[in-house]
Design a protein around this ligand. Structure first.
Ligand code: TXA
Ligand code: MG
Length: 310
């Protein structure tokens, strides 16, 4: 991997369409952006960040009409969007059925985090691209979010095809995240303050204690109906087998990645779990996945699918 090309909004939109990654300035922090509808591109964002688990990613869109195509807006969402968009507020809402944001972006949740950023370069890219853009902060996992172009390049630049220099970020702190699912809840404080939000929609409940580490606890992760058997080295009668690496070409086998590529496996994971489950098998057996790089996140998600994690 080499240094990314310093680009324009048009070249950034093209890169996104090709499934490549873009360093994207926003008013809060720099993001590492990908087409939110392309699971392979989203998987490479997780890989570049070195995230140990699939935390769901924010889908960025150009305006509220685009937001309504991916998320279901209730009255509170309409009020907060009208008051703070474009700007540093993210809303977690029920996912719009048939919307463009892929399962992997949402970490398999039936909710989606949406934001309309205010930065002119981010807006230009979103308008040129047309669809939702996943953009977690451009830092590697466990490090602070980059608020300058140089810091963003240093963190995840090598993973990006194009990088846009938007100067230092005005806010410098990630967006405020408010979930509007059951009762309005503050998941992450930010520039848009609790008081500002409460003035419009009433009291905000606290995030559950470990919500930021395990957002899956806030709402249901996709879990198959069929029992899931992990680290399976053989296929038993009535099971669908999710293979990884070379495997027999059998009707009961869905191969997450014949070549043993973790990025490809992550991109296929949620779709294959759904497909396996749709066949109503006696069980879903899953091959051992190496516990390295993106494998850690895949295994974390698989343990949840198997019901081994709360
Ligand atoms: O300011 C920002 O929001 C930046 C810029 C680039 O837009 N992005 C950012 O993304 O901070 P990220 O991925 O680093 O943080 C997203 C936060 C995480 O805490 C994640 O758990 C939460 O949003 N989140 C995303 N989708 C969620 C969902 N469906 N349910 C609950 N929390 C969600
Ligand atoms: Mg972050």
């Amino acid at each position: 991997m080499s240094a990314p090309q310093k680009g324009s909004p048009a070249s950034a939109a093209l890169a996104l369409r090709q499934g490549r990654l873009v360093i994207l300035p926003t008013e809060t922090v720099y993001g590492l952006a990908a087409d939110a509808g392309n699971p392979r591109a989203v998987a490479s964002v997780y890989a570049a960040k070195g995230r140990p688990a699939f935390n769901p990613l924010i889908a960025h869109v150009a305006d509220i009409d685009a937001a309504r195509r991916i998320a279901v807006f209730g009255p509170d969402a309409e009020i907060l969007a009208a008051a703070f968009w474009p700007g540093p507020l993210t809303l977690v809402l029920p996912v719009q059925p048939g919307g463009a944001v892929c399962d992997l972006d949402r970490a398999g949740l039936d909710t989606v985090a949406v934001r309309v950023p205010a930065h002119p370069l981010a807006r230009a890219v979103l308008e040129a691209f047309g669809g939702p853009v996943a953009a977690p902060s451009a830092n590697r996992s466990g490090r602070p979010s980059p608020t300058t172009f140089d810091a963003a390049l240093e963190e995840t630049g090598p993973a990006a095809a194009v990088a846009l220099d938007g100067g230092p970020c005005e806010v410098g702190l990630e967006s405020t995240v408010v979930a509007l699912l059951d009762t309005p809840r503050l998941l992450r404080p930010g520039r848009v303050t609790r008081d500002q939000v409460e003035a419009l929609v009433g009291p905000l409940a606290e995030a559950e204690a470990d919500a930021r580490r395990s957002p899956g606890r806030l709402t249901r992760h996709y879990a198959p109906e069929a029992p899931v058997r992990l680290d399976a080295r053989d296929l038993r009668s009535g099971e669908v087998y999710l293979a990884f690496g070379p495997a027999p070409d059998d009707a009961g086998v869905l191969n997450l990645s014949p070549s043993g590529d973790l990025v490809e496996a992550a991109a296929n994971l949620f779709a294959f779990l759904r497909e396996a489950d749709a066949r109503r098998p006696a069980g879903i057996a899953i091959a051992p996945i190496p516990h390295e790089g993106l494998g850690e996140a895949i295994n974390d998600r698989l343990r949840r699918a198997a019901g081994a994690v709360g």
